[in-house]
Design a protein around this ligand. Structure first.
Ligand SMILES: Cc1ncc(COP(=O)(O)O)c(C=O)c1O
Ligand SMILES: N[C@@H](CCCC[NH3+])C(=O)O
Length: 418
């Protein structure tokens, strides 16, 4: 979706769709996350379009941004969902998502989560270990249900991404080692309350090249062929998520290039439905974090812009040294200085951007760009900071889709022993 932006300047003011960001700050305060529904719709439609006639299902990875309004928008567009917890399942159901289009990934599903997903009749469990498979069979048996199952296989492919978000290397905790896959599929075939539905992999996140996806797809197809000789029918092939977005100078494949490449790689297998689990590429560039400059602090060494958003709101810079572009909402002709953009949290690692050239004044508004994915969903209350409000914009309509938390919300579950 790098071709499409909902965040543009008009008369030197930064807008989201048809609304100036400054108007949103005036009404709802800062920090706040702001999402463009047009950008999400455009990304979803780019995926749909690229698949064309190929039998497919898009399962949006809920963890990227799990706000109910985002899930509801995608559900209305026809999207399925990839969940990794019972909590995410509950969100999908609450938002009107279809459990029959929902797959359940993750290495540590609890019995309770399995029960909830079986009761909801989800499309498929992506099972990540032999022990998990045996447990799922047991729970399904107790419920007199048959669990539709894929094995998530670890293809040992280098995704060339940050080590914290690479998942498909043999030393990562994810998936079943490729060498074990046939044995565990054979076991699955024997288990009375398991129905083999598919084959699954996911190699990592923020991939900026197409080759690792194709390498993984080929490894999965080789395995699929071997499974067919064992009379194991694979109804769907789930190739996971992971397509990167542009934060800075990256040039990831477009959604269209990526999907066309997956379709080409799997063209000899038209009977298998193709599933994908995109998160970041659906919502990453559809959102920003809007923050206000509290103070400017100039020392002989460095200039700091202390803003009202912090690492608890957007953890990615602290956790991965991730780059997010930072733009002033008002373009002005003043001298630019090199700033460290930092938050109020008591950690040296609390920064949103290093060495940014900006012309700033107290109370200016800054947009932290590309914050739609893994922004709010990874936020915390560290330093007893209430979480930011979330806003969804649609043309000139502005909707508050999550109210700003209050401090009372934060200690509502706490008790002082008598
Ligand atoms: C199993 C699984 N599917 C899908 C995703 C979504 O990945 P991305 O946001 O990179 O598309 C992830 C996160 O990396 C994941 O772990
Ligand atoms: N949280 C990561 C992505 C993790 C993907 C989950 N498997 C990020 O912000 O880049």
């Amino acid at each position: 979706m790098s071709h499409f932006s909902s965040f543009n300047y008009r008369n030197n003011q930064l807008y989201v769709e048809d609304v100036p960001l400054a108007a949103i700050a005036a009404e709802f305060g800062t920090p706040c996350y702001i999402y463009s529904s047009a950008a999400i719709r455009s990304a979803y439609q780019a995926f749909e379009h690229a698949f064309g006639q190929r039998n497919h299902l898009i399962c949006y990875a809920v963890k990227a941004n799990s706000n109910l309004a985002v899930l509801n928008l995608l559900a209305r567009l026809g999207s399925g969902f990839d969940i990794v917890s019972g909590g995410e399942l509950q969100r999908v159901l609450k938002a009107g998502g279809d459990p029959q289009k929902t797959v359940f990934s993750g290495v540590g599903k609890t019995r309770e989560e399995m029960r909830a997903a079986l009761a909801a009749n989800i499309l498929c469990f992506n099972v990540e270990s032999e022990m998990e498979l045996i447990t799922l069979n047991e729970i399904a048996g107790q419920m007199k249900k048959i669990a539709p199952t894929s094995l998530r296989v670890n293809p040992d492919v280098d995704a060339n991404t940050h080590p914290y978000i690479s998942t498909g290397l043999k030393e990562n905790k994810f998936g079943i080692p490729a060498a074990e896959a046939e044995r565990i599929y054979a076991l699955a075939q024997q288990l009375p309350n398991i129905r083999i539905a598919g084959l699954d992999c996911h190699i990592g996140s923020q991939l900026t090249e197409i080759e690792p996806f194709i390498e993984a797809a080929h490894k999965m197809l080789d395995l699929l062929k071997r499974l067919q000789t064992m009379h194991i029918t694979i109804e769907h092939l789930d190739l996971g998520g992971g397509l990167g977005v542009r934060y800075d100078q990256e040039t990831p494949p477009t959604i269209t290039e990526y999907i066309k490449a997956l379709c080409t790689a799997t063209e000899d297998y038209p009977q298998q439905q193709l599933l994908i689990e995109p998160g970041r590429s659906m919502v990453g560039n559809a959102g920003i974090l809007l923050t206000q400059v509290c103070y400017l602090k100039h020392s002989p060494y460095r200039n700091f812009a202390i803003v009202d958003a912090a690492m608890n709101d957007l953890l990615r810079p602290t956790l991965y040294q991730a780059y997010h572009a930072i733009q002033s909402t008002t373009k002005r002709d003043a001298e630019e200085k090199l700033y460290q953009i930092v938050g109020p949290v008591c950690e040296t690692g609390d920064f949103l951007g290093h060495d940014r050239r900006l012309a700033l004044a107290k109370d200016d508004l800054l947009a932290i760009m590309s914050a739609g994915a893994y922004g709010m969903s990874m936020s915390s209350n560290y330093n007893t900071r209430p979480r930011a409000a979330e806003i969804m914009v649609e043309g000139d309509a502005v909707h508050l889709v999550r109210a700003r938390e209050t401090v009372e919300d934060l200690y509502a579950l706490e008790k002082i022993p008598s």
